[in-house]
Design a protein around this ligand. Structure first.
Ligand code: USQ
Length: 381
């Protein structure tokens, strides 16, 4: 397949680009280094220095023999995106090109405006560029489980049937996010659903939970191919953060009571899910929504687990409860459906103590690079 990956330099974008290239697909990765720029501006440097996208693609080609095309440019710039779409004629577009941090989006007005403008302009441009230059292409959009929030009823896979005054209809499942970033993802879904109805596009919206991991078969071939591994309060996600804290000897930063439950997945499963979505297009005029996670646990469960893994490697791991910097339920019902990807063939890699230990061992050699100033939350809402 001809596959265009927008946000191809990111934590997920880069491993996805290598994954598809290594399977013989014709991959073009697009990025404008927004995430790198924001990380520099906010002193949120990744744990492991990553060469830029062009260099990484060259290193990957030398090591694996698989090439991938790189375009540096801004997907929020419509003429640029349309020209890339015209030249590459993708059969699949994977859209990761968004500002992905909830805390960053809540930091101040300019961060809120950047998040809103970037995420929505990019999604609008992707939809238009598909229509103008590659109308039969399948759009795979990275959404988030955070769109649903934590309602007191079971979360369905994207849609809900409602019976009202004796009549029934099917609607997007109600959404109520906990940050502006997550809210832009809701708006993306609405935008895509609108254009699917108007223009017969075919789209898959992947509602993903927090991802962890740094190991993939392609990335493991050379340290310079590892994904950007953030552990800071803005761009780091909880599992990766806790593991770095365990290595640094910083008590694990549980926000509030720690009863927050989320659906998690291994980076390896993100790659599987995106590949499954790409190889099973939903058909024209369809918006398919898949809940993309493999298992649910609470922040407290995770902290206890990381502590046990750390102890087995003779690390001294303590747990601290910080005043929650976020406005979110700290103890709540959480039962989201997630059968769609399993039905397509997903074979999950559940989190185990062995995986946690192997990640701790990968992180240990970088212990001296851990910047303790990046650990504690700098943004409150
Ligand atoms: N948390 C802690 N301690 C920490 C960091 C986080 O207790 O040191 C808690 C948070 O309060 C939250 C949960 O852990 O309840 C998850 O936080 P997170 O920072 O790992 O994830 P989040 O901000 O929700 O966002 C991440 C990605 C985002 C993706 C989302 C999936 O950054 O791009 O959309 O995970 S989901 O959480 O399902 O919305």
């Amino acid at each position: 397949m001809r596959i265009l990956i927008l946000g191809g330099d990111g934590y997920l974008g880069w491993p996805t680009a290598m994954h598809f290239a290594a399977r013989g697909h014709a991959v073009t990765a697009v990025d404008n280094y927004l995430r790198r720029t924001l990380a520099l501006q906010t002193r949120s440097e990744p744990l492991i220095a990553a060469p830029d996208l062009e260099q990484r693609a060259e290193i990957f080609r030398e090591i694996s023999g698989f090439g991938l095309d790189v375009r540096i440019g801004d997907c929020a710039d419509y003429p640029f995106l349309e020209s890339v779409m015209r030249e590459t004629q993708p059969e699949v577009v994977v859209h990761y090109a968004e500002q992905p941090s909830a805390p960053y989006s809540m930091r101040g007005y300019s961060e809120a405006a950047l998040t809103l403008r970037n995420n929505l302009a990019t999604t609008l441009n992707v939809v238009w560029a598909i229509r103008e230059a590659a109308p039969s292409c399948h759009l795979i959009k990275l959404g988030t489980m955070g769109e649903y929030g934590t309602p007191d009823i079971e979360i369905e896979e994207g849609w809900i049937e409602i019976e009202h005054k004796g009549r029934r209809d099917r609607f997007l499942y109600p959404r109520q996010a906990g940050s502006l970033y997550h809210t832009t993802k809701i708006m993306d879904t609405d935008l895509i659903w609108f254009y699917v109805r108007m223009w017969n596009l075919q789209a898959t919206d992947l509602m993903q939970g927090p991802v962890y991991g740094l190991s993939t078969p392609e990335a493991d071939r050379d340290e310079r191919l590892l994904p950007n591994f953030h552990y800071d309060d803005l761009f780091g996600t909880i599992v990766n953060r806790f593991l770095v804290q365990a290595v640094a000897g910083i008590p694990l930063t549980v926000y509030g009571q720690g009863g927050q439950t989320r659906g998690y997945l291994n980076l390896l499963d993100t790659l599987q899910c995106v590949e499954l979505a790409a190889s099973h297009p939903p058909g024209a005029g369809q918006l398919r929504i898949l809940n993309q996670f493999t298992e649910c646990f609470t922040v407290n469960d995770l902290a206890a687990w990381v502590q046990r893994a750390g102890h087995s490697l003779d690390l001294r791991v303590e747990i601290q409860h910080l005043k929650n910097p976020r406005k979110e339920a700290e103890k709540h019902f959480y039962q989201p459906a997630h059968s769609g990807l399993l039905e397509l063939g997903l074979r999950p890699h559940p989190l185990t103590e062995e995986i946690l230990c192997s990640m701790l061992k990968r992180i240990l050699p970088f212990k001296n690079r851990i910047d303790r100033e990046q650990i504690y939350p700098r943004v409150r809402w």
